[in-house]
Design a protein around this ligand. Structure first.
Ligand SMILES: C[S@@+](CC[C@H](N)C(=O)[O-])C[C@H]1O[C@@H](n2cnc3c(N)ncnc32)[C@H](O)[C@@H]1O
Length: 244
């Protein structure tokens, strides 16, 4: 069965997963705007290091990695990106995907990722690991990540990527200044981050709906959510592995 791309609010295209019964991106925010304004711009502006080690959780169509590469290429920064994806056929099909014009200069990079699952140049390296994200996190022996794009399907259909135990794996591959970005604003997700000692921030932008940023670090430019208060007054609980 051929999968038809679906146009999102900003004109960029995404896909719909029959298996998970969900779009790969928010159709309301737009696939490109979501990558740019919920993940890449906030992460790259909050994390000041020149050489970045990034984990892009669940590659999908690769919008977060590709938007990062575009932004890095017009700066003096370097990025090494590791990403996970279980659907190898999806990645192989990406050289034909109707990406936004912003990615036009990345044609050779997209071809390399699609055919080889990696791309290596002087200032950008991308490695797609075709394995389960939790397995990858458990076996990661490299340095701690500076930025983590937390972008799996939603807690409703993929709770294993939003539980307290999952964020413990994320904590184990993080350092005290790591920036985590996600589209989810759900209280159980924020509580699961908080249970692991992350501070939780609301991130707003005129272009997209609210998202969440988490870090062990104080981020003075963002509005921090009083999670202790939330824990006391909310009827919601963090997601635990035993709950699904
Ligand atoms: C919401 S989409 C990712 C969106 C992505 N950031 C993008 O720009 O397209 C979630 C992706 O997670 C992948 N996935 C599902 N289960 C997985 C698992 N256990 N490990 C790694 N990837 C998984 C799906 O195949 C899908 O491509």
């Amino acid at each position: 069965m051929e999968i038809q791309p679906i146009q999102t609010a900003d004109g960029s295209w995404t896909l719909y997963s029959e298996k998970f019964q969900e779009h790969y991106h928010s159709t309301k925010d737009g696939a490109f705007n979501e990558a740019l304004y919920k993940h890449v711009f906030p992460a790259l502006s909050l994390m000041k290091k020149r050489d970045l080690l990034i984990f892009d959780s669940n590659f999908g169509l690769g919008f977060n990695s590709l938007t990062t590469i575009s932004t890095i290429l017009s700066s003096s920064r370097r990025a090494v990106i590791h990403s996970t994806e279980i659907d190898r056929e999806l990645v192989q099909s990406l050289k034909e995907f109707p990406y936004p014009p912003f990615f036009e200069p990345l044609k050779d990079i997209i071809k390399s990722l699609s055919e080889k699952g990696e791309y290596i140049s002087n200032n950008v390296e991308v490695y797609i690991h075709f394995q389960d994200t939790r397995e990858f996190l458990q076996s990661w022996q490299g340095e701690k990540f500076d930025i983590i794009y937390q972008d799996p399907f939603s807690p409703k259909v993929a709770p294993q990527f939003w539980s307290v135990e999952y964020f413990e794996l994320i904590k184990n591959v993080s350092h005290p200044e790591t920036i985590i970005t996600t589209y989810s604003t759900a209280t159980p997700v924020r509580l699961a981050l908080y249970e692991n000692g992350f501070r939780v921030y609301s991130h707003t932008s005129e272009k997209v709906r609210e998202g969440t940023i988490a870090s062990m670090k104080e981020l003075a430019s963002l509005v921090e959510i009083d999670m202790e208060h939330k824990k006391r007054v909310s009827s919601k609980q963090p997601i635990w592995d035993r709950d699904y």
